[in-house]
Ligand binder design. Sequence first.
Ligand SMILES: C[S@@+](CC[C@H](N)C(=O)[O-])C[C@H]1O[C@@H](n2cnc3c(N)ncnc32)[C@H](O)[C@@H]1O
Length: 359
Amino acid sequence: MIRRNAARGKRRTSLSGVVELLILLSPSANRVYASEAPRLVAAEIQALATGFGLPLDSVEPVQVAGVDYLAVRLAGAVDDEAVRVLSVVSAAHAIFAREGELLRPVPLRRPERYPSDLVTIQKYPGKTNEQLTRLLLDVTAAATDHPERLLDGTLQVLDPMCGRGTTLNVALTYGLDVTGVDVDKRDFEEYERFIKTWLRQHRYKHTADVGQLRTHGRVRGRRLDVTVAPTKEEFKAGQVQRLTYLGTDTTDLDGLLKGGQFDVVVTDTPYGVEHGSHGDRIARNPLQLLDVALPGWLRVLRRGGALGLTYNRHVAPPEELVELFGRHGLEPVGDPTDDTYRHRVDASIDRDLIVARRA
Ligand SMILES: C[S@@+](CC[C@H](N)C(=O)[O-])C[C@H]1O[C@@H](n2cnc3c(N)ncnc32)[C@H](O)[C@@H]1O
């Protein structure tokens, strides 16, 4: 926690005394969220500040010399960890410390351990945007009782409807272990093909094994197990990240995953609209799907962990989600019915985000 470490007298950077940081948003954020980008990213910063105990005074859009920034005002000095937390913000392109009339660049402490094409290169209908995936992971991790695991590489992540793996790839770049589940066979195969090719082409030391997913002699689908490390030395030393993809139905995870093993469960739920060719084969009503799937997801989510979903308000009104979460013993963070993260994607998708804690 920022405050606790600061109190322990952790080394402060030369930023000591600076209380205003200007975050330049990446151009892609504006493409994804259009004019909503500053509002959504400001909400993400609020959530991270709360989780990490940053002494946030305010965060608001400002213009300096005709350029848009988010001004983050912190009460007191800024230490290394505050910079690390702000560097994780999904759309942070650059950070500057405002010193009078001047802006001084602040070196980012980015979490990425692999080149960005790991998350950007795949293009397919129904792909969850990588910025939104990062935002969801950040705010969900911030809601757990161990947000620091997001930065130290120990957060255990499950995406129980991972499609072709945007969350898997984002988690890998953050240096995390991650598990994904999806029932769509084609998504499984496409992801297997993609990750194997990517790892080979980038010459990372890794293992990638595919086999049947079986319990008690019953075939439940397929599984992909990957181990990888960003350097040969780490791989040799066994300091590997683990990625598992279970090609099976998320409503029937019994016996497949260890209880309480995940810090966060994050997923982009089906939008109830057609996405390419596999739209007909998946469950179309997210509320019914969640009602059936939640017990299995909560069994593998540890106490003090959090669940984060992005969803389409047209097919899952937030009031109904809150009621559903209540029935499953989940406590929403903040007021999910307000418009904090709500943004329009197109005529059929009114997208929002909900985070809840496992009590
Ligand atoms: C919005 S998509 C997720 C896309 C993913 N985040 C990506 O970027 O590729 C929702 C996913 O839920 C999956 N899904 C729907 N019902 C499911 C079920 N019962 N079990 C597992 N996955 C399911 C679909 O196959 C689809 O891939």
